[in-house]
Design a protein around this ligand. Structure first.
Ligand SMILES: *[C@@H]1O[C@H](CO)[C@@H](O)[C@H](O)[C@H]1NC(C)=O
Ligand SMILES: *[C@@H]1O[C@H](CO)[C@@H](O)[C@H](O)[C@H]1NC(C)=O
Ligand SMILES: *[C@@H]1O[C@H](CO)[C@@H](O)[C@H](O)[C@H]1NC(C)=O
Ligand SMILES: *[C@@H]1O[C@H](CO)[C@@H](O)[C@H](O)[C@H]1NC(C)=O
Length: 353
């Protein structure tokens, strides 16, 4: 009995459905990619380098490719939009959303949120990211990396999920209110996931509560907690919700070059610190938050703590925007992010770590 069972499990993974792909082209349960900022006056390729981690790497390793390539994790994963989704239209559903969509001079006032959902009849992926004008619509037929994506740091989190979990994701999108620039949720997908369809058509929740959290379980059995707030939540995601919900002080990395930045906040039971400088240990790369468009946070102490990758900056305007984060309590992920913290703003002054 056992060998047959093992065989069928192995077959499942080999046949694969829609999935996140790792940096060597194999299906993977989840990965996190950190696109590095382009050093001043360096060649174009330097603006497409990245660090990578998944369940096997035990922390950051150097990306094997460049962000514009379909051999790297992000490109290989999104390539399924231009091959599978384009070819098997009746058998796939997808939602591409971005408050700064590709080829549009639009700054949406809807959710401050960017991501890609793609699934077939058995499984799919959800990728959260921070990159404006990315990725191209399905009709563009080809993956590419935008020129505007070269200078700054960007984060990506991809999770592979069984079919049923997309019902929960659809519900979360009714809170975050994404600017959807390309989607296809038809036939049985529309029947099974009415919230995903509604969100892709611009609908949102109409009554309290204005926030929603749900635990998503990946195909490989790993738990990620999705936090989603609607614009009427009217508070900072981190100080107003994540820190108390995760019961942890947090270091938050976000785009400091936006208006109305909220200062580090020590007035609640759990503190929230704005980051100022990051350092990857190996290879040794240091950069300032001013050149990092990434959005993530990590618990300050306690191993394993929480780490989240998400949508939101800490500024006044985004208190009144939809958005959220995906969080995980995992020793390796926590350590990987915690080790990046080099300098943060304390509530009175700047602290070095
Ligand atoms: C990616 O960018 C590099 C550097 O500009 C370039 O040499 C390479 O041809 C590009 N690859 C693709 C697939 O566009
Ligand atoms: C989706 O929208 C339709 C039409 O507005 C509504 O009747 C239905 O209750 C909505 N379903 C969900 C799950 O949001
Ligand atoms: C919404 O956020 C508040 C904190 O502002 C929290 O106490 C509450 O539990 C959250 N609600 C849900 C449904 O998660
Ligand atoms: C700290 O955060 C809480 C929750 O977001 C907020 O209500 C409060 O005004 C903040 N305090 C300061 C000093 O910014």
């Amino acid at each position: 009995m056992l060998p047959i069972l093992l065989f069928s499990v192995a077959l499942d993974t080999v046949q694969g459905g829609i999935s996140c792909y790792d940096d060597s082209g194999q299906p993977v349960d989840w990965f996190i990619t950190y696109k590095l900022p382009k050093p001043h006056r360096s060649p174009v390729a330097e603006g497409m380098r990245y660090m990578y981690q998944d369940g096997r790497t035990q922390g950051w390793v150097q990306g094997r490719s460049l962000m514009n390539s379909t051999e790297g994790a992000v490109g290989r994963t999104l390539q399924q939009l231009y091959t599978e989704a384009a070819r098997r239209q009746d058998e796939t559903a997808y939602v591409l959303y971005n408050d700064e969509p590709p080829s549009k001079l639009l700054f949406s006032s809807k959710g401050h949120t960017k991501g890609v959902i793609l699934l077939d009849r058995t499984q799919g992926f959800w990728m959260l990211h921070s990159t404006p004008h990315f990725p191209p619509s399905v009709e563009e037929k080809m993956y590419s990396w935008p020129h505007s994506g070269l200078p700054n740091g960007q984060t990506f989190l991809c999770i592979t999920l069984p079919y049923s979990q997309f019902k929960e994701i659809g519900n979360q999108l009714l809170y975050t209110e994404p600017e959807v620039y390309d989607s296809s949720v038809e036939g049985t997908f529309a029947q099974d996931f009415p919230a995903l369809l509604n969100a892709s058509e611009g609908q949102h929740i109409q009554e309290q509560p204005w926030n929603s959290s749900v635990t998503l379980t990946t195909l490989g059995g790993k738990e990620f907690v999705s936090f989603a707030k609607f614009r009427a939540f009217d508070d900072d995601l981190y100080s107003g919700w994540l820190a108390p919900a995760l019961a942890s002080d947090l270091y938050v990395e976000f785009w400091l070059r936006s208006r109305g930045i909220l200062p580090s906040n020590c007035s609640g039971h759990f503190r929230v610190y704005n980051m100022e400088e990051l350092a990857f240990p190996d290879p040794s790369i240091t950069f300032h938050t001013m050149v990092d468009h990434s959005k993530w946070c990590v618990g300050t102490e306690s191993d394993p703590g929480w780490a989240c990758v998400g949508d939101m900056n800490r500024n006044e305007a985004e208190e009144q925007r939809g958005g959220g984060a995906l969080c995980c309590r995992d020793a390796a992920i926590w350590k990987a992010f915690r080790n990046l913290v080099k300098k943060y703003t304390d509530c009175d002054d700047v602290r070095y770590h």
